[in-house]
Design a protein around this ligand. Structure first.
Ligand SMILES: C[S@@+](CC[C@H](N)C(=O)[O-])C[C@H]1O[C@@H](n2cnc3c(N)ncnc32)[C@H](O)[C@@H]1O
Length: 1007
């Protein structure tokens, strides 16, 4: 019996839930533990595991209903999850004084914050509260849509805006469990009980779920949380540490979490005491530093002063503070002036007034006509490489570094209008004074005194940077050859100090790991790569990995201890429903996995842009010796040479080896899911072949979109789809033959599409065009991958066969045929009767319009359709071919361009004609009947909707053939007439009206 996920998956709702989880940014469950790239949404993992454990019945609608109940994604549960929003007044009251003052007015939020910024502020407030305070705040929520019927009538995306995430509620209600148990013949009252019972039924034990590319740990963590035995491994020890922490800290239960928080709080207090004792962050006015801003400076040849570098000298949009530079006689160093400016002046600074780096050129601040290329300044040999002992630039280095601004803060107490004492924080920005520079020197001395010991003990990094795609950047752009060069002396001193303090606190391994991850978090939030963000809602430092690179900066910000309270803690409270988890983590190469699992869920680094092994080293440099102490059995090396990457032959070989190993380590009735984020649908055949060669067969494929906006596609962003390919083990290696395979593929594609259409018939649409196309691919994969050979050829041989460009393997040809079948099966509503008589290129145009009218604008989808219809040149049909803004020409948009005389042989059915124009010949669409019909619409529109000219044109063009085609023309015109009503099809409004009028005229036409 197939499992639920082999027959269907609630793609639409799941996509929206995944998107909601991702948008929660720092309040996602695992992100607090530390940075990893490409973590998968937990709700997607949860749904995938349950979908693989639950069997499909012969009632797909009921299955869907029950599945949604288990996930608390049905209508009743969504209502339960909608607790409503906390009134702004309550939020304000609960906020710490500095947040109150910064973001709130007397009535609510101060003006000018976007919804996203407000969400972030609420997150900050939430994080500052104790568990009891959170509960008090939580109890004040008000349901935004108090009426149940009105709530149910909202689209799911709208409803979700007001809902808790499924992981933050207790699960299905008792009534829901009764229904679930009745349908599944189980007796569960919780997810772990259900998982246990379903696992026993299929595998005879608690299901064991593994991930051999576990990264940030989403898959093993969620698997364990819903009651599976989980196994996670990853080549990279940083990923191993994060996964271990997810399972043993978040999954360690209340006592563990409390100990982690206690040890972290204790160490922060001790570090604060130490820094206060050193006197390096306090001044004589009773103020403390809460931000230090540094910049790079350079003295180009021919310039007799150092130019401080920045692409903008705006410090704070909200504070209206900027930096200006002035010359000091007798010195080659400029003097910064930190000043408040008028709104008009601020605007100029926002537009980069005074910028000293523009388009990779250094600009003389006193003579903008003088500039030097940054590249040339580095010299023909490049920069000197820093040695281990270098912690600041040497005097003769090209790039120097200086502190140019400090933000000071002081708490003052006063009496408010009502006569109550109030405290508030007063902040000011200032250029460093002599005493501050003396403190800088002291920091350097303190660090130098400890440097060698701390490197030996692993409290600060000592590793050299291995040059690679990303790691080459700091080496080339700054000469930083060791990881500690990415940190200023102040950062090394304070991070080293807290690391040493943590080492001295007796505690459990869990608490030790908590502190270690704290060090990693600090490294991310406090490095020479941490940008200063002057934006209104922020005015603060951002993290090193706000993107997936090691970009060097000309100005950067440093966090004094005062600002560690958000960056240092890995936990902000005890996790809801936290109970010890059954799990194991083992950082090994996926080729060496020895564990058996019933279900493998993996998210391989497929043709990935992220160089995990390089970026991970940023953290590993800090963990290094401490990691070895906590996990002596682990390798503390990233073993970059074993990392799976790229998409060439080496990649394919490693992948076949890895998946063959996983197939060996699962029972015959086991399942696998391979997740990957597809930018290019063409990568499909390749991945399919790899998995096929590894001894697996495809069972289904679903795409979950994680970049939805509530309405339509998020502007300016690619829609990111995660494809979830479900696989089983191929237990027999039957031979397959191409001529037999084609009809089977045809049947399977049709069956798959029909079953999806049936689920889509009522209620909100679950699948979009991309899903149908993917399903067609999956159906082809399903048929193909059950065979061991195809026409006598070994699959493995096919995977590694060397082919000329554009040469297709048989496998690719079958996949493409599947797409063709899907295209033929998916007829736009209302065109069923005309479809058969249309040329392929006409069908393409109409299908493309059909997807356009449903909001699809991704170019890749239009190209995929073209492949399905065999149209090789779509450019003449497209009005725009923007990556995320593709659309077709309208009749008036085409005007008369590319119109060619009707070709003689196209008066009847021509399904096999392919759409490539012969050299020099017109495009096949130009001579098609539909193209002439579009021209008649254009004529009608141009004649102020008088249909005569259009009708006459058709009669002249088609002669006697006109009468035989009239009914078909009318049907097409009516279909085109409806387009202008669709959302986002404004460009069609005029032509659609013309089409409606022309249709009326044709209907009344007489010979
Ligand atoms: C796309 S990420 C996985 C992300 C993960 N699913 C999550 O939710 O965080 C791919 C992972 O594969 C790991 N990796 C690369 N080569 C490997 C190998 N040979 N063996 C095991 N893991 C490897 C990388 O370190 C990276 O963490």
């Amino acid at each position: 019996m197939p499992t639920f996920i082999e027959t269907q998956f609630p793609i639409a709702r799941l996509s929206l839930e995944s998107y909601k989880e991702r948008r929660a940014n720092n309040s996602q469950t695992l992100t607090g533990l530390g940075k990893w790239w490409g973590r998968k949404p937990l709700i997607l993992v949860r749904a995938s595991i349950l979908g693989m454990l639950m069997s499909a019945s012969d009632n797909p609608k009921k299955d869907r209903e029950i599945f949604l109940k288990i996930l608390t994604m049905d209508d009743d549960s969504t209502w339960q999850r909608c607790k409503g929003e906390i009134p702004v007044a309550s939020l304000r009251e609960a906020a710490p004084p500095e947040i109150q003052e910064e973001y709130f007015g007397t009535r609510g939020f101060k003006q000018g914050f976007t919804d996203e910024e407000k969400e972030e502020i609420v997150g900050q407030i939430w994080e500052s509260l104790t568990e009891e305070e959170r509960q008090v705040l939580d109890s004040q929520r008000r349901r935004p849509v108090p009426d149940r019927a009105a709530f149910d009538a909202l689209p799911y995306a709208e409803r979700l805006r007001h809902c808790e995430r499924p992981e933050n509620v207790t699960g299905p209600t008792a009534t829901a469990w009764a229904e679930i148990n009745a349908h599944l013949t189980t007796s569960a009252n919780s997810l772990p009980e259900l998982v246990e019972q379903l696992g026993q039924r299929t595998f005879g034990h608690t299901p064991r779920v593994g991930d051999c590319f576990c990264g940030g740990g989403s898959i093993p963590f969620e698997a364990a949380r819903i009651g599976c035995q989980a196994f996670g491994s990853d080549l990279n020890p940083v990923a191993g540490l994060l996964t271990w922490a997810s399972l043993n800290l978040l999954g360690g239960g209340k006592d563990v979490q409390e100990e982690v928080m206690r040890v972290q709080a204790e160490s922060l207090t001790a570090a604060d005491r130490q820094v206060t004792e050193w006197g390096i962050e306090h001044n004589d006015l009773g103020e403390r530093a809460d931000a230090y801003l540094y910049c790079v400076e350079v003295k180009p040849e021919g310039c007799d002063y150092y130019i401080p570098l920045a692409p903008s000298w705006l410090i704070g949009e909200k504070s209206k503070v900027v930096t200006r530079w002035r010359r000091v006689s007798g010195s080659d160093r400029l003097q910064p002036e930190i000043v408040m400016v008028t709104d008009a002046e601020l605007k100029l600074y926002k537009e980069k007034k005074g910028a000293t780096v523009v388009d990779s050129r250094v600009i003389d601040p006193f003579d903008p006509n003088r500039s030097w290329s940054v590249e040339a300044l580095r010299g023909p040999e490049g920069l000197r490489r820093w040695t281990n002992d270098d912690i600041v630039p040497r005097p003769d280095d090209v790039f120097q570094e200086r502190l140019y601004c400090i933000r000071w803060v002081k708490t003052v107490t006063g009496i408010n209008a009502a006569g109550h004492p109030v405290t508030k924080s007063v902040r000011r920005y200032a250029a460093p004074a002599a005493a501050d520079l003396a403190r800088e020197a002291k920091v350097l001395t303190l660090l130098s005194e400890r440097f060698a010991d701390w490197q030996r003990d692993g409290f600060i990094p000592s590793k050299a940077i291995i040059s690679g795609y990303n790691t080459e950047q700091p080496i080339r752009e700054r000469g930083w050859a060791h990881w500690h060069h990415l940190f200023t002396p102040r950062q090394l001193l304070t991070h080293g100090a807290i690391s040493e303090i943590c080492d001295g606190i007796p505690c459990s391994r869990e608490a030790r790991v908590g502190s270690l991850l704290g060090i990693g978090r600090m490294a991310n939030w406090n490095s020479r790569l941490s940008r200063w963000v002057p934006d209104k809602s922020k005015e603060g430092g951002s993290d090193t990995f706000s993107n997936q690179a090691l970009n060097t900066l000309f100005t950067y910000s440093i966090r004094p201890i005062l600002k560690w309270d958000t960056a240092w803690p890995v936990l902000t409270g005890v996790l809801l429903n936290s109970h010890p988890l059954l799990a194991k983590v083992n950082p090994v190469d996926a080729r060496d996995i020895q564990e058996n699992c019933d279900i493998w869920i993996t998210d391989p680094p497929y043709a990935d842009a992220v160089n995990y092994h390089e970026l991970g080293d940023f953290f590993l440099a800090w963990y290094d010796k401490q990691l070895a102490k906590a996990f002596p059995e682990w390798s503390a090396d990233a073993r970059a040479e074993l990392a799976v990457r790229g998409d060439g032959e080496d990649f394919r070989r490693s992948m076949v080896e890895i998946y063959r190993n996983l197939a060996r380590h699962m029972p015959d009735k086991g399942l696998q899911m391979v997740m990957f984020t597809h930018q290019d649908p063409a990568v499909w055949a390749d991945l399919g072949m790899i998995l096929w060669a590894a001894g697996l067969k495809a069972a289904a494929a679903w795409t979950i979109n994680t970049e939805y906006a509530a309405v339509g596609v998020k502007k300016g962003n690619y829609v990111q789809g995660t494809v979830c390919l479900v696989l089983r083990k191929r237990t027999a290696n039957e031979p397959g033959f191409l001529d037999e395979v084609y009809p089977l593929v045809e049947d399977e594609v049709k069956r798959q599409i029909e079953s999806m259409q049936a689920l889509d018939e009522d209620g909100e649409p679950n699948f979009n065009d991309a899903d149908y196309q993917l399903a067609a691919y999956a159906a082809a994969l399903k048929v193909l991958t059950q065979y061991g050979t195809l026409d006598g050829k070994e699959v493995e041989h096919e995977v590694f066969a060397v082919r000329a460009r554009n040469e297709k393997s048989d496998f690719e040809a079958v996949i493409e045929r599947a797409l063709g079948i899907a295209c033929e099966t998916l007829v736009p509503h209302g065109l069923d009767n005309s479809w058969r008589n249309l040329l392929l290129v006409e069908r393409y145009y109409l299908r493309a319009l059909d997807i356009e009218s449903r909001g699809e604008r991704r170019k890749g989808m239009y190209e995929e359709l073209a492949r399905g219809f065999g149209v090789t040149d779509i450019r003449p049909l497209l009005k725009s071919d923007k990556a995320n803004g593709t659309c077709m020409h309208t009749p008036s948009g085409f005007a008369a361009a590319g119109l060619a005389p009707l070709s003689g042989d196209n008066t009847e059915v021509l399904p096999a004609r392919r759409g490539r124009a012969a050299a020099g010949a017109a495009h096949p669409f130009a001579a098609s009947p539909l193209r002439h019909l579009l021209f008649a619409i254009r004529e009608t529109s141009a004649a102020d909707n008088s249909p005569e000219a259009g009708r006459q044109y058709l009669r002249d063009t088609f002669g006697q053939g006109y009468w035989g085609r009239r009914e078909r023309f009318i049907a097409l015109l009516e279909w085109l007439a409806a387009l202008g009503n669709a959302v986002g099809m404004n460009e069609w409004i005029t032509d659609s009206e013309a089409a409606r009028i022309l249709a009326g005229r044709l209907r009344n036409d007489q010979a």
